[in-house]
Design a protein around this ligand. Structure first.
Ligand code: FRU
Length: 483
């Protein structure tokens, strides 16, 4: 049996052994069928299908050994197909992990770009010695079976003053050329992004090294470069950024830098702004769909966290966030839950708010839009009994009781709250504040039945819907037969 067949066989047995179906499985978020999930990868549209790949280890719930790319497709973000893993670490250039990357779809197929992780056995620090980070591709003509692995770049091709940590290729087409950004850690422990351009012969040449005027962490993971309206952004997930007041409170950050000037010339990076203000958001990736929307999906989780996820005891960890559309409003990057998600809505309740306490039914999964007619007034909301959202006229604060499993509080100073758009799933919450100019994303694990929302102090209107779950077809068993 070839190595790839035996790795796929192992994944299949782990998935077939299945999970017992614990109370925290999510309804409308993508999860690993078994084991561990981290970054979303390879987001793209091929024909009518949206492809969503993810870092996956069905064999374990430990980070750092993601030897598979898991794979979902959808046409409407509500009905999904689950496929056999698209990649596994079956070659000498990726034998210790098919790490994060991206996809380019064309008329005849999809090319995946990813990092082949290799760790040589020995007494190495795995930063300056003992590791390979190879930039690789794999190709599929049916969008399901990927092969023809090729190595595009190895550590020998990257600049000499970098450590061996150079990964997460994000490939995009811009001004008629194909470009790639890679995240990197320098030997001086400064994060940066490498910008490569493909020449007509298929050779990738370094076009620029992008970094901030002063260091922003020691390593930039998962870079992404895109233009929205008049603004160009370099998104990064930096490691090693110190907390500063209410900003940068998670172990690692993710956000955007404004890029001005020519990305391949006099580029300048300024104004690092976090994507999210909650506890569980990292390594996002974006893509442009056929309608021209810039859609973001992130890992609803982080590595090396001081808080916990009780799903580990059930054999699975983590999920992806809701897909979100990005826009720029008044110079600020905003996130909006995709319009397609309204298909999950059940019967609507519209409740006028006059400051007095209001309580909704005990739904585990719901969506709520709070339209606040007095944006500076204090209010207090409790979601599913244990997630508190309070506003004192200046600071919007998210906090948890024991159901946060160590998640204490996060906050943002906001001069007025005029709208809150809330999505609560079985064990997650996403709160879009003021049309998505601030977002709080978090896991939490409520055990007792409680009202969806208990709210007091707000005037205006509450629109509330119980939500149904995604429908997911498992096509992987059939696809395994054709491997
Ligand atoms: C980010 C990350 C990437 C890497 C991948 C490995 O969470 O560390 O930099 O490619 O996860 O799973």
């Amino acid at each position: 049996m070839s190595l790839s067949c035996s790795l796929l066989e192992k994944a299949r047995s782990a998935e077939a052994a299945g999970l017992s179906g614990d109370a925290f499985r999510l309804g409308f978020h993508l999860m690993p069928p078994a084991g561990w999930l981290n970054d979303p990868n390879g987001l793209c549209q091929f024909g009518d299908d949206i492809h969503i790949f993810f870092q996956y280890n069905p064999l374990d719930i430990a980070p750092g050994s993601t030897n598979y790319w898991g794979h979902y497709t959808t046409r409407d973000y509500v009905h999904y197909d689950y496929h056999l893993p698209a990649l596994c670490g079956d070659s000498p250039r990726d034998e210790n992990g098919v790490y994060s990357g991206s996809a380019l779809a064309d008329e005849s197929g999809i090319t995946l770009f990813y990092t082949g992780n290799v760790k040589h056995p020995g007494d190495y620090d795995y930063t300056l010695a003992g590791r390979e980070h190879n930039t690789m591709t794999a190709r599929s003509t049916d969008g399901i079976h990927f092969d023809h692995k090729q190595v595009l770049l190895t550590n020998e091709d990257y600049p000499e003053d970098l450590t061996l940590h150079v990964r997460d290729p994000k490939v995009f087409v811009r001004d008629g050329s194909t470009w790639m950004v890679l995240g990197a850690r320098s030997k001086a422990d400064v994060g940066e992004a490498l910008l490569y351009r493909e020449d007509p012969s298929g050779h990738w040449a370094l076009a620029n090294r992008l970094t901030t005027p002063g260091p922003l962490g020691y390593m930039w993971e998962c870079p992404d470069l895109f233009t929205l309206g008049d603004a160009t952004y370099l998104a990064i997930s930096p490691q090693g950024v110190e907390a500063r007041g209410e900003r940068f409170n998670n172990v690692y950050q993710s956000g955007v830098l404004r890029l001005t000037g020519d990305p391949a010339g006099d580029a300048a990076l300024t104004d690092f702004t976090e994507y999210d203000a909650g506890f569980d958001f990292y390594a996002p990736q974006t893509f442009a769909d056929a309608r021209g929307r810039r859609i973001l999906i992130a890992w609803m989780g982080l590595p090396d966290i001081p808080y916990t996820n009780p799903t580990a005891d059930e054999g699975w960890m983590h999920a992806l966030t809701l897909p979100r559309e990005l826009t720029v409003e008044d110079g600020r990057l905003c996130q909006h839950p995709l319009a397609e998600l309204t298909a999950l809505r059940g019967a609507k309740r519209a409740v006028p708010l006059e400051g007095a306490p209001v309580e909704t039914p005990q739904d585990e999964r719901f969506e709520a839009i709070l339209t606040n007619s007095d944006p500076q007034a204090s209010f207090e909301a409790t979601l599913r009994g244990g997630c508190r959202l309070t506003y004192d006229g200046q600071v919007l604060r998210l906090s948890f009781d024991a159901c946060g499993c160590g998640r204490d509080q996060r906050q943002r100073t906001i001069p007025g709250v005029h709208r809150l758009h809330i999505f609560c799933d079985t064990s997650s919450v996403e709160i879009f504040v003021n049309d998505g100019s601030t977002v709080f994303t978090s896991r939490f694990y409520p055990e007792k039945p409680a009202p969806g929302i208990t709210l007091s102090g707000m005037s205006g209107q509450l629109d509330y819907w119980p939500l149904s779950s995604f429908s997911i077809r498992d096509l992987s068993a059939k696809e395994y037969e054709n491997v």
